[in-house]
Design a protein around this ligand. Structure first.
Ligand code: THU
Length: 139
């Protein structure tokens, strides 16, 4: 079970990160907060592009920032999303690409925290990405 204080801190960081979202095309702002094993919290927000496909999700911004800083051990991730300029009011689960990227560095029981503006919900990565393809398949 995740500690409630940790969940609260990660949700708060994800909500703050969401404020930095650049989403003029979708109008959907997402924030992510990734807790590393050493206690550092890495954050991200979605960043869109006029040519659409270069858009990067909040989760990958957080994950790639952390890995680039030398971190590869992660404890939990919080994700929040919703209409830009409005309060978060529904759960926003990571997209399929982000689930795959998470599985590169995180164990099946890795907790993904979602928040609807009221109640945090914790889902293990293996529930989000069952029967996954990973590094073991390449050996
Ligand atoms: N988005 C994320 O950042 N994370 C998710 O988990 C779902 C989708 C972004 C991508 C795009 O900028 C916008 O939300 C609408 O899809």
């Amino acid at each position: 079970m995740m500690n409630q204080d940790t969940i609260t801190a990660l949700v708060k960081n994800a909500l703050a990160a969401r404020e930095k979202s650049y989403c003029p095309y979708s109008g959907f702002a997402v924030g992510a907060a990734l807790l590393a094993a050493d206690g550092t919290i890495y954050t991200g927000a979605n960043i869109e592009s006029a040519s659409f496909t270069p858009t990067v999700c909040a989760e990958r911004v957080a994950m790639f920032t952390a890995v680039h800083k030398g971190e590869r051990n992660f404890t939990a991730l919080a994700v929040v999303g919703g209409k830009s300029g409005a309060e978060v009011s529904a759960y926003c689960a990571p997209c399929g690409v982000c689930r795959q990227v998470l599985s590169e560095f995180c164990a099946p029981d890795f907790p993904v925290i979602l928040f609807d503006g009221k109640t945090p919900k914790v889902i293990p990565l293996s529930t989000l990405l069952p029967a996954s393809f990973g590094k073991a398949d390449l050996t």
